[in-house]
Design a protein around this ligand. Structure first.
Ligand code: AKB
Length: 357
């Protein structure tokens, strides 16, 4: 594996019939960390895996890639250069600034989240035209694309479907929603003549993720971070002041379930998919219920509440839960971890091993 900041571009002609390279942006982030390992395990060295992140990848992650680059997705020259070096046939575009970070630097969020996505969608369309076959574009979206105006409206909305309450209040939510529509535009208007039919050049597929809890990493810059932070603090014997009220409720899932859902959607036959963007759901506890579950496994956990106005407002605007019946019907989505299993079978054993708790 080579880990480079880009210098001289190299042209790589597509080999006819070859599978082409899988490009993963945001490969050093929380989801990228797990996804790279799972893609490497799935392909056993039979596919080129090109990892991209703003900073050099930790060696463990870089080891799962055949090439790794440090660079900015919002820099079109960098992305064009990458397209010259690798015959890219699949894009997993994870790079993004999350919701809390995005509210601190809205223009930077717009640049990275929207312009970065525009650059990679163009790369996918150009690559499809050159290869003469569709390029799959996997895009993690978020529950931040939803926006409920009041707590009463949130309770009344309950489990939202993909087409309800689409009035995001954060720049991050607005950005992700915009990219969903950009993906739809590319899927609809960029076509390839394949044998006797017209295929989409960019096979855009997206999942709106809830808050994600990983045993291996703690997120930064998100607003659902109180869930994972509470657990990781308890496992390290540290006190934790939760930045939302005890009654704040949004959906969550475990990282292995989240990454598996994206991989299952990628593998689903296109003809079975009735949508480009899907909800997935697993469990939807309040902050107090998460605290209670943490105390079940770490009885000495010190958890208090110190809600901050900005982050509380964001969580209040997100739905209590999501209706994932389309994903269950179209591609057989089913979470492995419910609320209790998430802690008992995955989070707590791994976290205890990690911190020696
Ligand atoms: C965030 O909190 O910004 C993310 C998300 C819910 O998309 N974790």
């Amino acid at each position: 594996m080579s880990q480079l900041a880009m210098t001289e571009p190299k042209t790589k002609e597509p080999r006819p019939g070859a599978h082409g390279a899988i490009l993963v942006s945001g490969a050093g982030g929380e989801m990228g960390h797990t996804l790279l390992a799972m893609l490497a395990a799935q392909h056993h060295g039979t596919r080129e895996i090109v990892a991209l992140d703003l900073r050099a990848l930790p060696s463990e992650s870089a080891g799962h890639a055949t090439a790794a680059y440090a660079g900015d997705v919002s820099d079109p020259a960098f992305i064009e250069d990458l397209a010259l070096r690798h015959d890219i046939s699949e894009v997993w575009h994870l790079a993004a600034l999350l919701s809390t970070r995005g509210e601190k630097s809205p223009e930077l969020a717009l640049k990275v989240n929207v312009m970065g996505s525009a650059n990679l969608l163009k790369l996918a369309a150009d690559s499809a035209a050159r290869r003469g076959s569709s390029v799959k574009f996997m895009f993690p979206s978020t529950i931040a694309v939803y926006g409920v105006p009041t707590l009463d409206a949130k309770r009344a909305a309950g489990r939202v479907t993909e087409d309800q309450c689409l009035e995001p209040i954060t720049m991050y939510g607005v950005n992700k929603r915009a990219v969903e529509e950009m993906g739809r535009y590319y899927a609809r208007h960029y076509r390839l003549l394949a044998a006797d039919r017209m295929d989409c050049a960019v096979d855009f597929r997206s999942i709106r993720f809830p808050g994600i809890i990983s045993a291996d990493t703690v997120p930064t810059g998100g607003t659902s971070d109180y869930g994972p932070e509470m657990l990781h603090a308890a496992a390290q014997g540290k006190p934790y002041a939760c930045f939302v009220r005890p009654d704040a409720r949004i959906p969550f899932m475990t990282m292995p379930d989240a990454v598996r859902s994206l991989m299952e959607l990628a593998d689903a036959p296109r003809a079975q998919l009735t949508r480009l963007v899907y909800n997935v759901a697993a469990f939807a506890p309040s902050a107090a219920e998460i605290a209670e579950k943490v105390r079940e496994f770490f009885p000495k956990a010190e958890i208090t509440y110190a809600p901050t106005l900005e982050r509380q407002k964001i969580v209040d605007s997100w739905p209590e839960d999501c209706d994932d019946s389309a994903a269950r019907r179209d591609w057989g989505w089913k979470p492995e971890h419910g609320f209790h299993e998430a802690f008992a079978e995955y989070l707590v054993p791994k976290i205890k091993a990690r911190y020696g708790a």
